[in-house]
Ligand binder design. Sequence first.
Ligand code: 13P
Ligand code: SF4
Length: 361
Amino acid sequence: MTMQMTSAPLLRGSLSPKSYSEEEIEKEAIRLQKVINQGTLWDIETCKTIAPLTLEINELKEKNDVFLIAHSYQTPDIVYGVADSVSDSYSLSKAARDAPQQTILFSSVRFMAETAKIVSPHKVVLHPSPEAGCTLSDSITAQDVRDLKAKYPGIPIACYINTTAEVKAEVDVCVTSSNYLKICEKLPGDKLIFVPDKLMGKHLTEHLEGKKEVINYDGECYVHATFTGNKIRSWKERTAKDGIQLQVLSHPECDSDVIAESDIVGSSEVLREEALRLGTEGKPDIMLITECGTADRIRAESENELNLIGTCVMCRYMKMTQLEDILQALREPHPDQIIELDEGIIKLAQNSLEEMFRLAE
Ligand code: 13P
Ligand code: SF4
């Protein structure tokens, strides 16, 4: 693997994959169409256009012993065409830590790739889209956390995993969408500071009422903040007139009026599993209140006919990575596509992630 110095984002079609025979492309396109399983959007002709990219990516992965991790919100060509592990932020940090391969390529936003580096600092972690951030992660700095510690000395601080390595290095424990209630309940004392998601913090405050006081911050996920309880209520009323009883599944980054209208609240992976389960139980009318990638996964993987009602919202950061970026990072990573973190920061951030693993199990 060699390094190049330039790092402009790649446009679709701007990088030429290796050439493959017509038979190889046909065979790969058939495989892709089957695993992506969304015939109208990903027809055989579309799959043929991406086949040379997925073929070369999978070849390079094998040749260089690379483990390719993708978050659920990545596009189906990545999730089903080239990823070795696809899940939510908690499971993927464990997958990165436990993978025997010495190189990890993390197709997702920056904070997840940084987390992979923190839990496995001896591995090379490639992040194909250095510009893919997150509004939550951008909402707080390490100095903001130090200021909170000075204002509220001795109070434990929990931070959502959607934060930079520097922020993780300042806090007592990290949490994710699959364990924030459980972990925060276990923290010592009758107060805690929760950063940076104010909407998840609101839900946490309600959950811990009478047990613990929560001091919140003011970040939010611009995707999940879009949804409102009112919208869900009007969908429920409209569909009820047609005899449809909606099952509402939402992500905990949503506001608490959304959570109050939801039948199931959980991480991207929990929502996928629960929607598939509802399908097998003959409850196909599902409203998903989250990023569009979860609906893509459910459509691809459900063995039952599901009626996914309502709209999803797309995260522009999660959708920045394309097959071209992955191929380029595997061929010749630019310096900013290789996650490098200060050793001292890694050591401190490791403590808060290890505490998360300990309290979550
Ligand atoms: P999950 O932990 O549910 O995968 O969430 C990560 C995220 O960024 C959701 O917006
Ligand atoms: Fe961040 Fe929201 Fe995008 Fe998740 S969906 S990466 S929380 S901006």
